[in-house]
Design a protein around this ligand. Structure first.
Ligand code: 6PG
Length: 271
């Protein structure tokens, strides 16, 4: 991968995504810092969008919340990158959302609305916000599931299949809003869930494991030394109690793009 600054790939081929479908064991791309992480992710976003738009006329992606992907969203909206994506053919979804209005500082949609949407021409009907602030958030989750079924191809098991799902990693091993403090993510029947956040009690909405694991490509973005321990538990120790470890696409590709600080504890044997 060129001009992304120095990247030291640990167990990943020069082209992090092969053309075929590979095993769902994680590949890890270690980048110098968070800006290089964002650049590597932007380049893969361009690569994958070009492939799926050429092959199928659309690129269906679920965006991550949290702070880590902000540099990526800014980069995708920059003069350097935005012209490399045919945004008219992009279908935008979210991996999860907090139970707050879209203009709230905590809204995952709000981050993308500020950092990316004003700079790219995605048709309004292609932007599928999770309405997690609705009092009837369970009904909102059912309706979001219908949107997934309408807009996405279904895999052999009838599960809506994203081309790309971007995820973050919480220091407690959560991803999207699959929280280790609750157990309902384990045997999810629904494709979209509405968990309570155990601490604040705030409702959330989240894609459930069956949808995440049906995706063709899943990319975790993980940066900062605060994530070094949990990243080791997920990638090296493969701790099954962690929701992030349970994201293992059944046929898709799984890639962790991390900076050196987050990768600090990946060397050495597991355990
Ligand atoms: C959310 C996110 C969540 C996030 C992780 C990492 O709504 O909070 O979806 O899963 O990706 O908590 O967050 P940071 O990137 O801010 O560390």
């Amino acid at each position: 991968m060129d001009d992304t600054g120095e990247t030291r790939s640990a167990g990943v081929s020069p082209a992090p995504f092969s053309d075929g479908i590979s095993s769902s064991e994680p590949r890890v791309m270690v980048c110098t810092d968070e800006e290089v992480v964002a650049r590597a992710a932007a380049e893969l976003f361009v690569q994958l969008s070009g492939r799926y738009i050429a092959d199928e006329g659309a690129f269906r992606v679920a965006l991550s919340g949290g702070n880590t992907p902000r540099p990526l969203y800014r980069l995708l909206g920059s003069d350097e990158f935005r012209s490399q994506v045919d945004w008219r053919a992009v279908q935008l979804f979210w991996g999860d959302e907090r139970g707050v209005p879209p203009d709230h500082p905590e809204s995952n949609y709000g981050v993308v609305h500020r950092e990316l949407l004003p700079r790219v021409s995605i048709p309004r009907e292609n932007i599928h916000r999770m309405e997690a602030e609705r009092p009837d958030v369970e009904q909102a989750a059912r309706e979001y599931e219908q949107v997934l079924r309408r807009e996405l191809p279904l895999n052999a098991l009838g599960v809506p299949q994203f081309d790309l799902v971007l995820l973050g990693l919480g220091a407690d091993g959560h991803t999207a809003s699959l929280l280790p403090t609750s157990k309902d993510w384990r045997d999810a029947r629904d494709l979209v869930a509405a968990p309570h956040e155990q601490i604040s009690g705030v409702r959330r909405m989240t894609l459930a494991l069956p949808v995440l694991n049906a995706a063709r490509h899943v990319i975790f973005l993980v940066t900062g030394e605060a994530k070094a321990d949990i990243l080791r538990r997920v990638v090296k120790e493969r701790d099954p109690s962690l929701p992030a470890r349970q994201v293992r696409p059944t046929q898709g590709e799984l890639l962790f793009i991390v900076d050196r600080a987050a990768a600090a504890r990946l060397e050495g044997s597991a355990g």
